[in-house]
Every structure is written in C-alpha cells, then in structure tokens.
Write a protein that binds this ligand. Structure first.
Ligand SMILES: NC(=O)c1ccc[n+]([C@@H]2O[C@H](COP(=O)([O-])OP(=O)(O)OC[C@H]3O[C@@H](n4cnc5c(N)ncnc54)[C@H](OP(=O)(O)O)[C@@H]3O)[C@@H](O)[C@H]2O)c1
Length: 229
C-alpha cells in the first residue's frame, strides 16, 4: 500500500507514520516543514520517504508532485491530510494574514494537494481529511476558534463534495472530525487542558479507518469524540 501523509512530523500525524510504517508492504511518504523531524523519521524507518513541503506555498501542488517523482513514487492508495494550524484568538483580534494562513493550511493547501495527487490514485483508493469537532455542524462552538473551526468545516464540506465527484474514478473521500487529543498543538493553544485521548490512541483509530473505512463509508463526516470537544 502506498500511503501519503500530509503533516506527519509531530502530534497525531507522527504517530500515524510509526503505526503505518510497521505494517509490512506499506510504502509511506510523509510531509512537513520541520526538516530535523523529517530527518529523524527517515533515519528510523526504511519504508518512509520524507518530503519537505509547505502548505502555504502557492505552488504547493506542483512542488509536491515534483518531489514525488524524484523519489520514484508514482501511485497513492491512501492520502491522509492531517496537517493543521490552530490559532486561538477572539475574532476581532485576528489580523488578515493569520486568518488567511489558517485557511491555507487547513483548507486551500489540502484541497490543492488532493487536486494534484488525485491522478495518481487508482480505483479503490481512499482520501481521509482530518477535521475537528469545532467544524462539525451543530457542535458546541468555543471562543477563539472562529477561523480554525470555519476552516475545518470547509475541509469537511469539500470531502462530501469530492466523494460525489470522484465516485466515477472509484476514489472514496471521508472526513474525520476529531475531538480533543493531547498533542503539542492542543497544549500550546489550551495550556493546562487535559484531553481524554492521546495522539497514539487517535492515530490507531485513523490508521485503521484509512486502511479499511472506505469499504463502509464514502462522503461521510464522522465525529470521533467521546465528548464535545
Ligand atoms: N489535537 C487536537 O486536539 C485536535 C482536535 C481536533 C482536530 N485536530 C486536527 O488533527 C490534526 C493533527 O493535530 P495535532 O494536534 O497532531 O497537530 P500538530 O501536533 O500541531 O501537528 C500538525 C502537523 O501539521 C504540519 N503543518 C503545520 N503547518 C504546516 C504548513 N504550513 N505546511 C505544512 N505542514 C504544516 C506540522 O508539520 P511542520 O511543523 O513540520 O510543518 C505537523 O506535522 C490537525 O489537522 C488538527 O487540526 C486536532
């Protein structure tokens, strides 16, 4: 299985890399900006290729495809968009640049990646987009997370739209709306808050869903939370 993980240098994505790399026959490509983290990952796993990649670059689709070709990677059976940016700030205090950066990392970047990677995805492949309970329709909304939650709602809706469009190509698209998970992102945004789930536990669920979920779901936004958030 060829698996592309967008945003696997830390947190849940990093745990996913470790879990999926353990399964014999998997060939993994992982992206992120942190070159030291990518070097460490490359040294740890023989079957993992690391790609330095910024979702905020305007040519983030082209640059990914180029690096992919250089690594002689030609197909993707599973694409997991798990990179994310969270800034907690009251709506009136957002400057335009940060608001747009959140949308780029959480929505435009993954959308561009999907557009460029789709031609490499054979029939029976699976795209898993990672959203948040904050972006799940009807969930409780939290102060400070307006742009973050809106960006996560956008990627969730895109998943539904693309499932319809890609059905003819045999590509399934699903979206997991996660509740809180104990990671650096969460700790940085909400110091002192203790999430009920850790990164490894959530990664186990996502890995299993990415490998098998498309036999049961397509075009679904699934809440993955014991509580809200
Ligand atoms: N933790 C939670 O409570 C929670 C709850 C709901 C949803 N989620 C979602 O789950 C996903 C993983 O969360 P996490 O807590 O594991 O986050 P994290 O530890 O902050 O990891 C985020 C990943 O995104 C990558 N990334 C960030 N900005 C990027 C950019 N501009 N270009 C390319 N890559 C970028 C980071 O890599 P580099 O730093 O190397 O670029 C990192 O690998 C996110 O989408 C998040 O929104 C998390």
């Amino acid at each position: 299985m060829n698996i592309l993980i967008i945003g696997g240098t830390r947190g849940i994505g990093r745990e996913l890399v470790g879990l999926l790399a353990k399964e014999a026959g998997n060939r993994i490509a992982v992206t992120g900006r942190n070159e030291d983290a990518l070097k460490t990952i490359a040294a740890e796993y023989e079957n993992v290729n690391c790609i330095t990649h910024y979702l905020t670059n305007s040519d983030c689709g082209n640059s990914l495809i180029k690096k992919f070709a250089e690594l002689h990677l030609s197909t993707v059976d599973i694409l997991i968009n798990i990179a994310g940016r969270l800034t907690s700030r009251d709506f009136e205090n957002f400057d335009e640049d940060e608001a747009r950066r959140i949308m780029e990392v959480n929505f435009f970047g993954p959308a561009t990646v999907i557009r460029y990677i789709k031609p490499l995805m054979p029939k029976g492949s699976h795209i898993v987009n990672i959203s948040s309970m904050g972006g799940y329709q009807g969930s409780s909304k939290y102060r400070g997370l307006s742009y973050y939650s809106a960006s996560k709602a956008a990627i969730a809706c895109l998943s539904e739209c693309l499932a319809g469009e890609f059905a003819v190509s045999g590509i399934s698209v699903n979206c997991l709306a996660l509740g809180s998970v104990q990671t650096e992102m969460l700790a940085e945004a909400f110091p002192g808050y203790k999430a009920p789930v850790n990164a490894e536990e959530m990664a186990e669920f996502i890995a299993d869903f990415a490998l098998r979920g498309h036999r049961f779901f397509n075009g679904k936004i699934l809440p993955v939370a014991m509580t809200n958030p």
